[in-house]
Write a protein that binds this ligand. Sequence first.
Ligand code: NAD
Length: 359
Amino acid sequence: MTAHIALLPGDGIGPEIMAQARKVLEALALPLTFDTAPVGGAAYAAAGHPLPGATLALAREADAVLFGAVGDWQYDTLPRHLRPEQAILGLRQQLGLFANLRPAICYPELTAASSLKPELVAGLDILIIRELTGDIYFGQPRGRRSAPDGAFAGADEAFDTMRYTRPEIERIAHLAFQAARKRGKRLTSVDKANVLETFQFWKDVVTEVGQQYPDVALSHMYVDNAAMQLVKAPKAFDVIVTGNMFGDILSDEAAMLTGSIGMLPSASLDANGKGLYEPSHGSAPDIANQDVANPLATILSAAMMLRYTLGQEEAAARIEGAVQRVLASGLRTADIWREGTRRVGTREMGDAVTQELQR
Ligand code: NAD
């Protein structure tokens, strides 16, 4: 059956890296069709809104969405609801995406790019699963006191409420146990149960759900300790599951273990496995249109799309294998270049992965 993919390139380096991912997907010769729509600043410029109705409709109808990145300094003065980044929040909400999956993999060839000692990160392969719909980012009430709405000047207090419901925790826990089952069968749930009621509840519900997965070893860790362990002994983890805010922070920390943000894919999934796939980095306006951006995070996001939404595990592994061989052959974009390797541009890196696939 033909799968329909929505391509949303976005701003900055988005169109350049998306072109490479599309080329790689086309080289697989699978029954895939593609439609492209503007999103973020590009959509604001074209249609007056970062997530126009037509783009949202395309994303809804498609079997999966491949997203580039959004944001550009020229839109920083727009009112918040029109800023490019609102497109991501809108898509998450409208598509019911509740789980963010971010693998942090350190390819043997890139250990020198990590800020940690090579022996700590060589062969690192962990998966961070972040809940996306609850927690302090969406809890009510929120606001400030002693100041009118929209103003912080003169306020003497501001507050946000941390909140999780049982169904929210249960569905992310099930997804995390199932992901762990397909990997090393170890799941670490990260919380702050020693201080926060919300996270004692989180811990209890994750433990309950865990009874249905006796083959997965569940452990619990406080978030401050998890932040330390990620830089002390990151390879000790397999899958980490945590709430929205802790996941936001820990997934960026884990990203840095691998050396370059240009290497890291991500997936955001709904309850039926449909997903939005995107690189973990932003639109990098500082290097846009210079043919220097690393397209591998987007290419690896396309591989995740094949694995998690389209059920094409073999094709996903083929892409990942091709990326690994291209790195082993010494090709590097500027962000991961080191003495003794060959520096290539965005397009040449995409071509190299495509050729490797076609061998
Ligand atoms: P960024 O991730 O865009 O860039 C941070 C640094 O990493 C820059 O020096 C950039 O050149 C470099 N970089 C990023 N991706 C790269 C790649 N593929 N290859 C090589 N180098 C790469 O973060 P930022 O500079 O803080 O934000 C820039 C814009 O992106 C902002 O408007 C921000 O809001 C937006 N943003 C969007 C997303 C998203 O679309 N999901 C995520 C984060 C930031």
